[in-house]
Design a protein around this ligand. Sequence first.
Ligand code: 4NP
Length: 172
Amino acid sequence: MNEALERSITKDAPYKLCFVCLGNICRSPTAEGIFIHKVRESGFEDYFYIDSAGTAAYHVGESANSKSQATANKRGIHLPSKARKFEYADLEEFDLILAMDNENYSNIKAMDKRDKYVHKVKRMRDFDPNPGDGQVPDPYYGGLQGFENVFDIVSRSCEALLNELKPFVEKE
Ligand code: 4NP
């Protein structure tokens, strides 16, 4: 456990998570959609605010990649995101910022020149019970199998992350 994960979560002070990848069209929208789904399944939708962003601006305004959407839809999950670029203000705004790979992680940390928000920035696979090399691989230039792999990794990691946060929810 650590300080970013330990605060009481109420309807008045929902816990805010931002999933971050490079383009914000494949990995982080998948994580966002899965986390929204899991929170709803648990009856905690009023206690979390969930968003995603990209460290690059190439795809700003776009919906999730069609292969990411197809992979998620097959498993009953909708991906609502419209791509946006991660901004400095997001470091202040969110309780927890989850980078998909080491490059995303370094790019986010480079924006935090005084290490003010270092405790809030984690990697998605820091929560994966089977973390492999700690990174969610970029599926963008590959086939459907890569998107399936991303879905499985992110789903497992989101499940474990939500389980860590649930004890802090003060249900009304
Ligand atoms: P994402 O995947 O970071 O998971 O959204 C990518 C999307 C676009 C690009 C690279 C990765 N791109 O180079 O345009």
